[in-house]
Structure formats: C-alpha cells, structure tokens
Design a protein around this ligand. Structure first.
Ligand SMILES: [Zn+2]
Length: 426
C-alpha cells in the first residue's frame, strides 16, 4: 500500500471534481463533433502546466472532419529523468448526444450528493480526469521516475475512432518503442479490468429482383420476397446456431457470452426520400440488409462469414430466380489481453491495494478504441479500466461518483508505480 501516493490523490479530490466539471462543460457531442478543438486545447493547457509536452493533431480527412468540425486530438508526453517504459492513458473526449429525459442541464457539470452529473460524466470525462490526477500524484511523489507518461484525449470513439485513435495509431503514436503500456479509462466499474472485446463483422446483403408494375407483380420478381426468404432462413437456422455458441471469454453482460447478430436495417423498393409518404407503384428490384455479427475468440472470421454465405448459396440453388450480393462493411477481430500481461497485473495490484479484493476480469460486448491500438499499433499490453458504472453510459442524468473517481485514480497511480518503478506487493 503506497500511503504517500494515495494521500496525494486524496489531496487532489477538489481538483479532480473541478476538472471533471470543466471537461463536461465542453459539449463535445458526436455527431457532428462539436467543441473538439477548445476541449483539446484546454487539456493541452492544463497538461503543459504540469510539465507535459503537448501536441494537437487533427485527424485530417477522417470521416466527419471539416473546417467547421475539425477532428482535433491532443497528445501529451512527460519524460522522466532517465530511459524506461512509457505508460499511456488514452481517453476519448467525444460524447453522444444528450437526448431526452434529463432532469438537469447535461452540459453544466452539476455536482450534487457526491456525484458529478452531465453527458460524458461517466463515459468518459470522469475517467480522463482521474487519469490526469493519478499522473499528477505520481509525479509529485516520484519526480525522479524513469520512463515517460503520456496522456491523450482523442475524438470520435463513439463513431468508430477513425479520426482519433486510429489516426494516431496510423502515425505510430501507439507503437513500441514510443509506448509500452496503455490504459483506457472507460467506465467499466472501478473494480473490474476489461481485457478486450468480441469480434465484429458488419456486412451488407443485397437480393436482386426485376422491376414491374405493382398491379401485375407476376411480370416482375420481388427482391423483398427474396429477402424474406433470407430472414426466414436466419430465423430457422442461423439464430438458433448462434445461441448455441458459448464462449470462455468473460463477456459482460452475461447475455453477450455467446455469438449474436443484429439486423441493423432492411431497405427494399423505391426509397421514400424522393417521394415522402408516397408509396412505390413498383415491384422492388433490390433489397438491402445490413447485419452486425458479434463473434467470439473461439470462432474464425472465415467461418463466421461462411455460415451466412452457405445459407445464401443454398437459397440460390433451391429458390427460383434468387440471386444476391454480399459486401463486407467492417471487420474487427476479437481481442483478449492475457491476464498476466504487465498492464492487467499492475492494475490488479492497484485494485487489491485499494479495495482489498481480487479484480474481476471482463470482456466488453462491443468494441472500443483498444481495437486500433492492437490492429494498427500492434500493441497488446492494453486494458480498459476506469470509474463509472457502465450501465449509466449514454443514459439521461448520467453521473460519476466522486469516491469512485478518487479510488480509481489511486488504482491508476498504483499502475504507474508498478509499471514505472517496478513496485510490487503491499
Ligand atoms: Zn466510452
């Protein structure tokens, strides 16, 4: 137990709350990607005052990037007194829209009853503030540490992270030898360590038909009815098969501890965009469906795609005039950092010290920016760990507990202590 370090965190409680409030007051709503630049500049300023070298990096040309909505990221680095490993804290600064149902101003940063309220309080401005305070406390106690600490505030996590972590990882900013260890303070609950996520495959399936007058459908061929056959086959064969595929990955919530697929959209026939409210007089010559398949570390992506393709191929053999096209939209492989890698071990040490119990290791049902760090940065010593209750993310009246932020800042400070000073054991 590192009392000096923990006292330094406790002493900064007011600062931690004020910082969270300040961050919430930037309405960094994505889409469209509002207030990114002032928020990134604010973070750069406060880290520069703490001795960090800071850089603003725009995700130029990324989806959504424009002069009105530049994708501005901030990356800050504080060198130690000698060579050693680098620990990087990465937080996304974007938040989802406030939506309906709030009982208070989502961008005021209201502090009440030991909580900070606001859009992004939990996901994940509270986590970012906690990581900054953790680094600050560590620097106060160990000004002579060897290695480096980095803190980044990145954009667009909520929309795939292409202008944010993916852009920076493409520049080599999440690779060795520059960075060795990454902690992403996403709200996974203060006593849990998130080791990774399930895989994702998004695809578009199109069925083809032939246009004809709606009064004589027998002269055409309905792409929508063909898609109906696809849906029927999915219901009869695919969904039951997916339900049977269980994983050894500790995914939370437990319902996601198996393969799943969502049908994101089905669009058939003439679009109503051109003629709002006017029904099409035609037989549909095309129908498109987008599927979102989440898969497990035990599954191979070629098998995942093959399951869907074999159903479509069978329909092609058996159903008159059935034809289709299938196109990949996105794929991300499942990720699971080993529990005995340096970062999970260091964070686990912090959880043991602060809470007096073993951490719970979890896997996220959906992806987050760790995917880019693994895929583009080829860095695998990474976890998500931060304060905030996962279920509150994206909800009205989102909040983060002040005690939770203080405790998780202590866990993160312990992480620095273990990774940069090799300290172990209470
Ligand atoms: Zn998040």
């Amino acid at each position: 137990m590192n009392e000096a370090l923990y006292k330094c965190v406790d002493d900064r409680t007011d600062e931690l709350v004020a910082l969270t409030v300040d961050l919430i007051r930037f309405p960094t709503v994505n889409p469209p990607g509002d207030a990114y630049t002032p928020c990134a500049e604010f973070i750069a300023g406060l880290l520069a005052r703490r001795g960090f070298e800071t850089k603003l990096i725009r995700g130029e040309g990324a989806p959504g990037d424009s002069e009105t909505y530049p994708r501005t990221n901030v990356v800050a680095r504080r060198e130690g007194r000698g060579p050693g490993p680098t620990v990087h804290f990465n937080s996304h600064i974007d938040v989802v829209e406030a939506g309906e149902g709030w009982t208070l101003d989502p961008f005021a940063g209201v502090v009440r009853d030991g909580r900070v309220y606001g859009r992004g309080a939990c996901d994940m401005k509270g986590g970012m503030a906690a990581s900054i305070i953790a680094a600050d406390a560590f620097l106060a106690v160990y000004p002579d540490f060897a290695g480096a600490i980095e803190i980044s505030g990145t954009v667009d996590e909520e929309s795939g992270g292409f202008g944010g972590v993916a852009h920076l990882a493409g520049m080599g900013l999440f690779s060795k030898p520059r960075v060795d260890h990454v902690i992403i303070p996403e709200p996974l609950n203060k006593d849990r360590i998130c080791l990774g996520h399930r895989g994702v495959w998004w695809a578009e399936i199109e069925t083809k038909g032939r246009i004809a007058h709606g009064s004589m459908p027998f002269l055409g061929d309905s792409a929508i009815r063909h898609m109906g056959a696809v849906l029927h086959a999915f219901e009869e064969e695919l969904f039951p098969a997916l339900d049977r595929k269980q994983t050894s990955m500790p995914v939370v919530p437990e319902g996601a501890r198996r393969s799943t697929m969502n049908i994101n959209s089905v669009h058939g026939g003439q679009t109503e965009d051109f003629f709002p409210g006017l029904p099409s007089p035609n037989v549909a010559d095309a129908c498109r469906m987008v599927i979102d398949r989440r898969f497990l570390i035990e599954e191979d992506i070629s098998e995942v795609k093959g399951e869907v393709r074999s159903i479509l191929e069978r329909l092609k053999r058996e159903r008159p005039r059935f034809d289709y096209a299938m196109r990949d939209l996105m794929e991300v492989l499942p990720l699971m950092t080993q529990e005995d890698a340096p970062v999970p071990r260091a964070v686990a040490e912090g959880i043991r010290n602060v809470f007096g119990k073993e951490p719970e290791y979890v896997i996220s049902p959906g992806t987050y920016d760790q995917k880019h760090i693994a895929r583009l940065g080829h860095l695998h010593d990474c976890v998500a760990y931060g304060p905030g209750i996962l279920d509150l993310a994206h909800q009205p009246d989102e909040w983060v507990g002040i005690d939770d932020m203080v405790e998780s800042a202590k866990v993160m400070a312990t992480g620095l202590d273990v990774l940069l000073r090799g300290s172990t054991g209470p």
